[in-house]
Design a binder for this molecule. Structure first.
Ligand code: SF4
Ligand code: SF4
Ligand code: SF4
Ligand code: SF4
Length: 293
């Protein structure tokens, strides 16, 4: 009996996937047939890399997976079942997150590979594999939020909780809440770290009126906000002022902040509350990564 064109294509795809061993690997099982075929079609021409908006980051961070042509080669190796070391997988994870979702690679690829789709898929696959990724907590992870409806809600929340725990595990004062804190607790390296932003030192102007906390829509959403959020905005400003790093960066409030700027707009002392929360997020992610390495 004569086969239809689509049956022939299906058979050819199955044979290709079987030949490459893609379907036997955890990665192969999770990428679509089309994506696996696309991985195989890459000619390593590096056109994507020459147009990538973050390729320049490779000059500062020696991770070849920042470059899309090399990133796709690593993904292809992983999907083929070639064992990558834990460091290579971490490098790949950093590579798929160091991307601005600009689509330039996809637009210029002469083979027509939808690279952006592959990055998104691999981001989620690595997360679901249980590798905590702190960047998903940063404001730059908004893209994942936009795609929330496409995944199931349980899988969306799990990596977020895992990443928050990863940060809190580095904060002694958050783990051992009954412990007495030494005074004066100023950590000079921490205050210097806050100095990265031109405005960030202004937390010292805070006189504790709690207006920031009162106007915050996240705080007012909860009946008992401290139970869920940990320190509230005015308390985080106090912790920052006292140099209590663990308390300032270990609070869930940092990650649940909507960046609405209401606190900052209404502060009578002109404290840039939202900007400071941003700064603290960066410090939390950076110091946790440094401690883990
Ligand atoms: S432009 Fe397309 S074919 Fe060329 S290296 Fe990048 S992904 Fe591969
Ligand atoms: S989508 Fe990401 S990988 Fe592709 S060109 Fe833009 S920054 Fe580079
Ligand atoms: S509103 Fe300003 S002054 Fe009042 S507690 Fe918040 S940061 Fe401090
Ligand atoms: S910026 Fe964040 S902390 Fe400030 S009011 Fe908005 S949600 Fe609350």
């Amino acid at each position: 009996m004569k086969q239809s064109f689509s049956q022939t294509i299906q058979q050819w795809l199955k044979a290709l996937i079987h030949f490459r061993g893609f379907s036997k690997t955890w990665m192969g099982k999770n990428l679509s047939m089309i994506q696996l075929m696309e991985l195989d079609a890459c000619t390593h021409c590096a056109m994507c890399t020459s147009h990538c908006s973050v390729a320049i980051a490779y000059e500062g961070i020696a991770n070849i997976n920042i470059l899309p042509s090399e990133k796709i080669a690593s993904i292809r190796a992983l999907a083929s079942g070639i064992p990558l070391t834990e460091k290579e997988i971490r490098d790949l994870q950093e590579g798929v997150y160091l991307c601005t979702n600009c689509y330039r690679c996809t637009v210029v690829c002469p083979v027509g590979i939808n690279l952006q789709e592959v990055w998104n898929q691999v981001r989620e696959l690595l997360l679901q594999r249980g590798i905590p990724e702190l960047s998903i907590l940063s404001p730059l992870s908004y893209y994942r939020g936009l795609m929330r409806r496409e995944g199931d809600s349980e899988n969306y929340e799990k990596p977020l909780t895992q990443a928050k725990r990863e940060i809190q595990a580095q904060c002694e004062a958050m783990i051992n809440k009954e412990a007495l804190l030494p005074l004066p607790p100023i950590d000079p390296s921490f205050t210097r770290g806050l100095g990265l932003s031109a405005q960030s030192k202004n937390y010292s102007f805070c006189f504790g009126c709690q207006t920031c906390t009162t106007v915050c829509p996240v705080v007012s959403h909860y009946e008992n906000p401290q139970e869920v959020l940990g320190l509230l905005p005015h308390q985080i400003m106090h912790a920052a002022g006292l140099g209590l790093k663990d308390l300032a960066i270990g609070s869930n409030m940092l990650w649940d902040c909507l960046t609405c700027y209401r606190c900052q707009e209404q502060c009578p002392r002109g404290v840039p509350v939202t900007d400071i929360l941003y700064e603290l997020k960066t410090i939390a992610i950076k110091s946790t990564k440094e401690k883990k390495l």
